[in-house]
Write a protein that binds this ligand. Structure first.
Ligand code: HEM
Length: 462
């Protein structure tokens, strides 16, 4: 049994503020200037720049140099070969992540990540499967009602609440101790970087509109209340091996004084964003593509019937859901939730022959590599089979939905289990139908989100 200490709630709530929102120096603010050029898909502006100017594109933006990097070999250079020289960048997002490990670098990052790493070992997340299934089951009950009422729902919100329930049940041994719909809406206010500029302009003009700073403050307050609620909630089963017990053990460990109570709170915050937003977007975009291509739904249903039939799927079954997993992989190629990875150059350097100055912001354009015809046949087509066709060799680092190198996603493999199982099980009973404009537009926030959401009607299969 692990030594653990309860996490104190007194460290939980520094005063709410909108720090970083629309800050002139935030890279998110700067990128909006570029991304506004194409309203249906702002990514196309960057794709055109990639075509025209090559793999390293330095841009002078006000007092800052932003360097757009689009080549897989150079992703490797920044994320793997010279990872220590390109450090994490989180200006403008601190209220979301606090000082959690995702924002740290060097020895401190290592000290914080190490005690949590075992929670994401495949043997350990196999133990989470029953809890993922319970969350999917709760969603199915809700979808039964939605199918009856015939109302239109926002799919990203549906999948976000599912992902948050999975994290709470599996990783924290808690039922979701907050209203996920409220938290979802408020946090979106903050991560919608395209909105930041507007908020900032209104603030400068002395205006305070609905959906501006007042909302942003509420968003931060709602967000700050979440980790204390998780900690205070009753454990569901008093399981010994969960991410939360590992975090508690780290707080109690005198060898890692840096892992204090406040750190624990921020780690929980981090998981409830990094582990929900990205997973939810992937599942929602997958359902959108499937709704447009009913033959994909048929293949997913046939696979689930063949692999687990009418019983509950197990960890071993997950490995056999090859086609369903390919649908998830293809979704993350076309719609990488993290469309650009951001770093700051710690020292002067050269990338792809172009001079880099310490302080330059580096944007590794994952979406660009995922859509580059040099690496993918017919890159705009949604073709899950490209992941099952073993005769085609992929160019290394041309697919980086989870990043690469030592800072790659801690929960990436687990998220594929969550989404593959969710897709497989939900489609057994339901036919979610996308009812929004075709094609759905793209909105580049910190993540790649659907413009105006993904409205769906839930139909039950006969
Ligand atoms: C489709 C699902 C997911 C995607 C696309 C995704 C994507 C990413 C990416 C690209 C990074 C690296 C960012 C960078 O290098 O700047 C990252 C890091 C991270 N992700 Fe995920 N993620 C997903 C799911 C999850 C889940 C389920 C969890 C946990 C429950 C999680 C927790 C984290 C954490 C804690 C980090 C920071 C790791 C570190 O800095 O050491 N993610 N994720």
């Amino acid at each position: 049994m692990t030594m653990s200490a309860p996490i104190s709630l007194s460290t939980a709530a520094p005063p709410a503020n909108t720090q970083g929102l629309g800050e002139e120096n935030s890279i998110w603010f700067k990128l909006t200037a570029l991304l506004r050029g194409d309203h249906a898909n702002p990514m196309r502006v960057l794709l055109q720049m990639q075509d025209r100017y090559g793999p390293v594109i330095p841009l002078n933006m006000a007092n800052q140099r932003v360097v757009l990097v689009t080549d897989p070999e150079l992703f490797k250079y920044v994320l793997v070969t010279k990872a220590d020289n390109y450090i994490k960048y989180f200006d403008g997002l601190k209220p979301i992540f606090g000082k959690s490990m995702i924002t740290n670098d060097g020895a401190l990052w290592q000290k914080i990540r190490m005690p949590q790493q075992p929670a994401f070992h495949p043997d350990v997340f196999a133990e989470y499967i029953p809890y993922f299934l319970q969350a999917i089951d709760a969603k199915m009950k809700l979808w039964d009602d939605l199918a009856q009422s015939g109302e239109t729902v926002e799919m990203v919100e549906q999948t976000w609440t599912l992902a948050a329930d999975m994290i709470c049940k599996a990783l924290f041994d808690r039922d979701m101790p907050f209203n996920p719909h409220v938290v979802f809406k408020y946090v979106k206010t903050y991560t919608d970087v395209m909105n930041h500029k507007e908020i900032r302009q209104k603030r400068q003009a002395g205006e305070l509109f609905e959906g501006t700073e007042e909302d942003a403050t509420k968003a931060i307050e709602a967000w700050q209340a979440v980790p204390p609620a998780v900690i205070a909630a009753d454990p569901r089963e008093h399981r010994e091996r969960t991410l939360l017990t590992m975090i508690e053990a780290a707080v109690a460990d005198p060898n890692i004084p840096e892992f204090d109570q406040a750190q624990a709170i921020d780690e929980i915050k981090q998981y409830l964003w990094a582990g929900t937003e990205t997973t939810a977007l992937t599942l929602a975009w997958a359902l959108y593509e499937i709704s447009r291509n009913p033959e994909i739904a048929d293949r997913i249903r046939a696979e689930s019937q063949a692999v687990f039939g009418d019983r509950e799927p197990t960890a071993a079954d997950y490995s056999s859901l090859v086609y369903t997993r390919a649908v998830i992989q293809e979704t993350m190629r076309i719609y990488p939730p993290i469309w650009g990875l951001i770093r700051v150059a710690a020292i002067d350097d050269t990338i792809g022959g172009k001079e880099i100055k310490a302080g330059d912001r580096i944007v590794l354009f994952a979406y660009g590599a995922h859509h580059n015809p040099k690496f993918w046949d017919d890159p705009e087509a949604f073709v899950p089979e490209r992941w099952t066709d073993k005769t085609k060799k992929q160019v290394k680092y041309s697919y980086i939905p989870f990043g690469a190198g030592k800072r790659s996603c801690i929960g990436g493999a687990m998220s594929q289990v969550e989404n593959t199982l969710a897709l497989s099980i939900l489609l057994r009973k339901f036919q979610p139908e996308y009812v929004g404009p075709m094609p759905a537009g793209i909105h580049a926030t910190v993540t790649l989100t659907p413009k105006g959401g993904l409205p769906f009607k839930i139909k039950r299969l006969a």
